[in-house]
Write a protein of this length. Structure first.
Length: 247
């Protein structure tokens, strides 16, 4: 028999159409073909996941090699993160100072890929907190929604920059707390939707090719410089034309 979805669509058909004139055998055959299509889609999803797992393992040594080279560039990750428009909008001046100590960043997907991932932020010694590594985890449930795990940052005395919106014991931080506070409030926020948004920006946009965001500021500056040179050249040509006219 036909599935619920086609039946729902048929119920919305123009009133002049008569479903009784449609052959039940035709509906059943369409439904059978659709079931076959759905089965192929499910098989494709499994095989696509297997292929992704295979190539993910091949990427690991290259990510490691890239990371070692990145460490040779001072403040690489600070500049890279701040150059992303969505991430940069979340940071305060104090965040920018703290991010100067971000010496490495790593995104690790779980082996089966589909169950989640975690982002590791590695810091050098700094005056703000004692943690060497801050880890933000995202677990993807059966519904496909990612739920982030809140972690505690061990702030040094008088250095907690997220205290302005401090919650009562047992009360979770929300997206609004991050929007009106420091980026570092994100680590103690267990909000699924907003937390997933930041995590996906890092995992899907920044991590695959961080160099493009690191270089973004220079590209814009170069474009502005070239534009200014073009304006100067045009003004010089106009001045030369005026001089020729005077002669």
């Amino acid at each position: 028999m036909a599935t619920g979805e086609p039946a729902s669509k048929m119920n919305n058909a123009p009133s002049g159409d008569k479903l009784t004139e449609i052959s039940p055998e035709t509906i059943e055959k369409i439904d059978e073909v659709q079931n076959s299509i759905d089965q192929i889609n499910e098989e494709a999803s499994v095989e696509i996941l297997q292929v992704e797992q295979k190539f993910n393992k091949q990427r690991h040594p290259l990510f490691k090699q890239r990371g070692e080279l990145i460490k040779l560039i001072p403040k690489f990750w600070q500049r890279t993160l701040l150059n992303h428009p969505q991430f940069g909008a979340l940071t305060s001046e104090t965040d920018e100072t703290i991010l100067e100590h971000l010496i490495d960043l790593d995104v690790q997907e779980y082996e089966d890929i589909k169950s989640g991932y975690r982002i590791l932020f590695h810091f050098s010694d700094n005056e703000w907190f004692s943690d060497k590594t801050l880890i933000k985890e995202f677990r993807i449930g059966e519904t496909g929604e990612a739920a982030s795990q809140a972690i505690k940052i061990n702030w040094k005395p008088g250095k907690n920059i997220t205290n302005s919106n401090k919650k009562a014991p047992g009360q979770k931080r929300t997206a609004q707390d991050i929007e009106t506070n420091s980026f570092f409030a994100w680590f103690s926020c267990a909000s699924a939707n907003f937390g997933d948004e930041i995590g996906e920006v890092i995992k899907d946009e920044i991590w695959p090719n961080p160099l493009q965001f690191f270089m973004a500021g220079d590209d814009e500056a170069l474009a502005e410089e070239e534009f200014d040179e073009e304006i100067d050249d045009e003004e010089e040509e106009e001045e030369e034309d005026d001089d020729d006219g005077d002669e």
